[in-house]
Design a protein around this ligand. Structure first.
Ligand SMILES: [Cu+2]
Length: 311
């Protein structure tokens, strides 16, 4: 069984990899894991949501790379803002998409989102006021930053001297190499009582049993890390990748969507979020994906940083 991650924890060792390093050239250090490249694959031959383009499985060749163990936190993003004066797109647009049950002040609701009444456009919502004016990040400094667009994520990545991973790298790291794994922890299905990650438990969106301990985001380092040492690749927040969103499968419907997707500049997000549940959004699987325009942002989207291996 060829694990892909050098310096990664093996059975019996500490879950935090011994060989982990930090590559960030600016801002506070973040731990990375060296991931061995080579032949791998992206996607699956058994798509669950075929219209998302989960299939077919395709061979890819990957260079070695490094990937941070956790999503970029609020605290780290705050350093970036302070150092660069970067203004996020949510701040420029003056609003972001907030998961409605998080809103204590319903007066902030300025408009819903079609077909998904649990999303609300909130004026003034941004990475530092995630539920709009008066809300605070103080108790969430170790959570993944949210309300960041792809452009914001790319700007942060450039600042630290890294980049966003591409989809194949993200999947490869999540599977622990060239293994057929459905989830970063293996193949066992999470359920409302078997908890592996931060997703929804209960009747979405009315009732969350909180069996995993979190209504919305959890700290970026929570739950058991994968064998390789990565935290929360599945669940918690969607993670932006470098790739443009295309539907790869060849069904007619998918082809049509592909033609539409080709015209759009949508980017791929991976991993699902605290809102996913098998009953309506079964997207915390490794092969699952979502495409969104690079200026979109919301309560459940963040990112993590990859680095090239410099020789
Ligand atoms: Cu979901």
């Amino acid at each position: 069984m060829g694990g892909c991650c050098s310096g990664a924890a093996r059975a019996g060792e500490s879950p935090v990899p011994v060989g982990a390093k930090s590559f960030a050239v600016r801002g506070r250090a973040a731990q990375t894991i060296a991931v061995k490249g080579g032949e791998s694959f992206v996607g699956t031959h058994e798509p669950v949501i075929a219209s998302d383009g989960e299939g077919p499985e395709r061979k890819v060749w990957l260079q070695d790379f490094h990937l941070e163990v956790e999503a970029v936190t609020v605290a780290r993003f705050a350093d970036f803002i302070e150092a660069t004066g970067h203004v996020t797109e949510s701040e420029r647009f003056g609003m972001s998409a907030v998961f409605s049950p998080l809103l204590k002040n319903q007066a902030l609701v300025t408009g819903g989102v079609v077909n998904t009444p649990w999303w609300t456009r909130v004026d003034g919502a941004s990475w530092k006021e995630p539920e709009g004016p008066g809300s605070s990040i103080e108790e969430r400094l170790d959570h993944p930053v949210t309300h960041v667009s792809w452009h914001d994520a790319a700007a942060f990545a450039a600042w630290v001297g890294g980049r966003l991973p591409n989809e194949a790298e993200w999947e490869h790291a999540a599977r622990g190499g060239n293994q057929k794994r459905r989830y970063p922890w293996g193949n066992e299905e999470p359920s409302d009582t078997r908890i592996f990650c931060n997703i929804w438990q209960g009747q979405f969106p009315r009732h969350n049993t909180l069996a995993d301990g979190f209504f919305a985001t959890a700290p970026a380092r929570s739950f058991e890390p994968s064998e390789a040492g990565f935290y929360n690749l599945a669940g918690n927040v969607w993670e932006w990748t470098a790739d443009s969103f295309k539907v790869r499968s060849l069904s007619k419907a998918a082809k049509l969507r592909n033609d539409q997707a080709k015209k759009s500049a949508d980017k791929v997000l991976k991993g699902g979020s605290f809102l996913c549940h098998e009953s309506y959004c079964y997207r915390y699987r490794i092969a699952a994906r979502m495409g969104l325009s690079p200026d979109s942002a919301s309560s459940n989207m963040g990112f993590r940083i990859a680095y090239d291996v410099l020789s």
